[in-house]
Ligand binder design. Structure first.
Ligand code: SF4
Length: 202
């Protein structure tokens, strides 16, 4: 069976890949994540997926242009959770279904179904809608059962492990939940900057 696996990030893809490949599926990855901001983070995560693809020997289709505008327009005035995430999931799952249909795959799924930080309850109906809309089966597997194994694998492979979900709003929720930077984070940034200055000037 030929499966298109939408990849949200490299660490989340380890366990799903192990599982799908062990079942003998032919897997091709899809990098389509207009929700990852800013550009430096987008590139870091995409490069980590390139590393992952060579570790597992899989092909990946890349939407490698950084164009967050479409994403920001889609969530405008709906920036609160869970509506924002629903829109964000839908964009990516629909793209996965569309690409899978066009590429004559047998089914599609996403590494989003591995993450304990994402809402499976919200995503399953969206994936089913995408499946119906594009006429391509959704491979519904709850990859969360391999949560610990996936973390170990991502460390073993030396993959970049991000600190926030992806969008600027999630970055704000991580570091400035009330609009003010968390004090421990500020101190960390100052110390890092001091280290950089020390390295630079000796
Ligand atoms: S928190 Fe994550 S899932 Fe939710 S909108 Fe942001 S990037 Fe998308």
């Amino acid at each position: 069976m030929k499966v298109l696996l939408h990849i949200c990030c490299a660490p989340c893809a380890c366990y799903p890949l192990e599982l799908l490949l062990s079942r003998g599926y032919q897997v091709v990855g899809l990098w389509y994540n207009p929700n990852i901001h800013p550009c430096t983070e987008f590139v870091k995560r995409m490069e980590s997926v390139r590393k992952l693809s060579s570790v597992y020997g899989i092909k990946v289709i890349y939407f490698d242009t950084y164009e967050p505008e479409k994403w920001f327009r889609a969530v405008a005035f709906r920036e609160e959770k869970p509506v924002r995430c629903q829109i964000c999931y839908s964009m990516r799952l629909e793209m996965a279904a569309a690409v899978a249909k066009k590429g004559k795959f047998d089914a599609f799924t996403s590494t989003l179904f591995y993450s304990k930080f994402q809402s499976r309850e919200l995503m399953v109906p969206l994936a089913e809608n995408a499946s119906e809309k594009f006429g391509i089966p959704f491979l519904n597997i709850d990859f969360r059962e391999g949560w610990k194994e996936g973390i170990e694998l991502s460390k073993e492979h030396g993959l970049y492990r991000q600190q926030y979900c992806g969008c600027l709003y999630s970055e704000k929720e991580r570091y400035c939940p009330k609009g003010k930077p968390k004090s421990d984070w500020v101190v960390g940034q100052i110390l890092q900057e001091a280290e950089r200055v020390k390295e630079h000037f000796g």
